[in-house]
Write a protein that binds this ligand. Sequence first.
Ligand SMILES: Nc1ncnc2c1ncn2[C@@H]1O[C@H](COP(=O)(O)OP(=O)(O)OP(=O)(O)O)[C@@H](O)[C@H]1O
Ligand SMILES: [Mg+2]
Length: 367
Amino acid sequence: MSKILVVDDNAQNRELAKATLEDEGHEVVLANDGLEGLEAFERERPECVLLDVRMPGLDGFAVCTRLRALPEGAEVPIVFLTALRDIDTFDQALRVGGDDFLTKPVRPTELLVRVQAALKLRKMSADLRETYDLVRRQRDDLMRLQLQKERLSSFVVHDLKNPVGAMDLHAQVLLADRTLPQKARDAAEHIRSDARSLMRLILNLLDISKSEEGKLEPRLAELDVAALARDAAESVGLKAQLSGVTISAELPETKIRADIDLLRRVLENLLDNAIRHTPKGGKVELSRRLEGNVLVLTLSDSGSGIPAELRERIFDPFVQVEAGQRAVGGRGLGLSFCRLAVEAHHGRIWVEDACPGARFCIELPAA
Ligand SMILES: Nc1ncnc2c1ncn2[C@@H]1O[C@H](COP(=O)(O)OP(=O)(O)OP(=O)(O)O)[C@@H](O)[C@H]1O
Ligand SMILES: [Mg+2]
């Protein structure tokens, strides 16, 4: 049951409202005019206000305006009572923040129904607002956490680049020493190969997040695809040798405008995948053809291939054929990077069946 304030200058109306509401178990506070009404509101903190419009001194609209300006009055349901049944009065009642509008003479049931409805509506909107605030707070917290996480991981990724680069460099220094025994040379070669794999992963991650922020801009310059292919093949040479896989990457000279670093890493990622999925004794072959103004690079292997239903999705982050089972090394980011890098060149990348094996194709604008 609720405490209800009735503000009316007419004693008969006050008594009628009081009797009706008390019959339903509500507690009723009465006020004879606007000022008294405001005082009673501050003192009694009612849960609903019935307000006559026409009163000497402060009229109902003025009282309503002042109530709404009070911190405790902003949400309280206010129902106007008036003898004036015209649209202007109704409009003004709403404008000053009234919830409902009753014309006199008021029938007791109508009064009750309207008061209950106003109470319920206010309660519902208060509940809703509470839920909304809670959801918003949780969303903001999550967002903040997510941003912190992203910032942290981009720092980590970025800070890994230097030490990993240094590892590769030190291994090269060791290899330059001709007196180094074979076993030590092999170890240094392994360090180099692993450092390169790690570096590839780091750069893939960095470029994927750059692309998410719309900052992956290729720096175009003229380059020879044949030299690039040789470079890329050499960088995965040891891995291929250890896996017993032959790489054939001899291409005729082909000039295009592209970002040499991005494109080399695309080829390295594709070669790395091909080597990892090709059985010992298998072959990985890079070739190219020109179709008008378009250069098509293809990399075929004799490995396990990509099932037809995954050939689109395989370029999404973290998608791996072996998912669920143990993926053969890797994190499922290489092909996502490849697609972003190729698309940044306004090119296209897709995979076909090489029967057996996979054939990755890249289309790039040539001239
Ligand atoms: N040549 C291929 N033959 C068979 N499966 C392949 C080949 N290339 C890629 N895949 C499949 O596609 C998946 C995604 O490749 P992607 O390069 O994106 O990730 P990854 O190699 O697993 O990890 P990462 O490249 O991040 O080190 C691989 O896990 C593998 O299941
Ligand atoms: Mg890969």
